[in-house]
Design a protein around this ligand. Structure first.
Ligand code: CP
Length: 309
């Protein structure tokens, strides 16, 4: 059982609950390989996917997870709603809840948006990314994929590369991986690494060539091009030269490393195409596993205890 009715983040989540989510997802992952990928687990439940920010993977993944579990689904997009007429987030969700819904999946640009909804709604709230704060289901699917590839996380070394400062993926990964006993490194230019991040138990590096020989996994984060104007690094070419993950760089290190990226990728910037498409890359496996993780989250938050059929 999970101790909360909501999944707002991985900060403070006990290792046993993270493990329960990952173990439950393993059962759902098997369902995705069946010819008929549908179970009645959420029959009668209504889930609203409330997206105030663009998304490809997370949105489709939640929608497929809900469909695979026979839930009724409503997809809400801020850009085609009365938000355009000035309706607030709280008024919007209270009106949606008045239509008798059970669960809300929310993505919003404001850190804390999911927490806010959990205080004003009776529905279960699932954070699908809140600003630069947390993206718990992405971190869970990352951990699931590492476990699938390398076994238990305890003692494994995982390096998050790039824009740690603005990344909700990084923060949720740090909380989850540390809870499960992994060694976590972060590597990037000092302008993209938050001060005092060591307090979260991670090791900080600024030289990627020093990191590769000692890591099992490189989880390469998207460089948020929209932030380039604020001069956080001198040029895209320089970023690529110093931190871009290329085949030459990996060959020089002579170390087998699992390559991950949450997407969307900037090919030729933080990752070269030959690395993204190589046999060491599990980027598309991450996407497949995302559905299983989201099924597990929905199942456990809905109070799931019965056998997964
Ligand atoms: N990884 C991720 O959150 O991708 P989307 O923004 O496409 O959902």
């Amino acid at each position: 059982m999970l101790s909360s009715r909501h999944l707002l983040g991985l900060d403070g989540m006990p290792a046993a609950e993270i493990t329960l989510l990952l173990d439950t997802a393993r059962s759902f992952r098997e369902i995705l390989d069946r010819p008929i990928k549908r179970v009645p687990t959420l029959q009668g439940k209504t889930v609203v996917n409330l997206f105030y920010e663009p998304s490809t993977r997370t949105r489709i993944s939640f929608e497929l997870a809900e469909k695979r579990m026979s839930a009724d689904i409503v997809n809400f997009s801020a850009s085609t709603s009365s938000v355009k007429k000035g309706e607030t987030l709280i008024d919007t969700v209270k009106n949606i809840e008045a239509m008798k819904i059970d669960m809300v999946v929310v993505r919003h640009s404001s850190p804390g948006a999911a927490h806010l909804l959990s205080r004003v709604l009776d529905a279960n709230i699932i954070n699908a990314g809140d600003g630069g704060h947390e993206h718990p289901t992405q971190a869970l699917l990352d951990m699931f994929t590492i476990r699938q590839k390398l076994g238990e996380l305890e003692g494994k070394t995982i390096c998050l590369v790039g824009d740690i400062a603005h990344s909700r993926v990084a923060l949720s990964n740090i909380f989850g991986l540390k809870a499960l006993g992994a060694r976590v490194l972060v590597c990037g230019p000092s302008t993209l690494i938050p001060r005092e991040i060591e307090k979260l138990g991670v090791e900080v590096y600024h030289n990627i060539d020093e990191v590769i020989p000692q890591t099992d996994v490189l989880n390469i984060l998207r460089i948020q091009l929209e932030r380039q104007e604020s001069g956080l690094f001198p040029s895209l070419r320089e970023y690529h030269n110093y931190f871009g993950i290329t085949r030459e760089r990996l060959e020089r290190a002579d170390k087998e490393v699992v390559i991950m990226h949450p997407g969307p990728m900037n090919r030729g910037l933080e990752i070269s195409s030959d690395v993204a498409d190589s046999g060491h890359s599990v980027i598309l496996e991450q996407v497949t596993n995302g559905i299983a993780i989201r099924m597990a989250v929905l199942f456990l938050l809905a109070g799931g205890k019965s056998e997964i059929q």
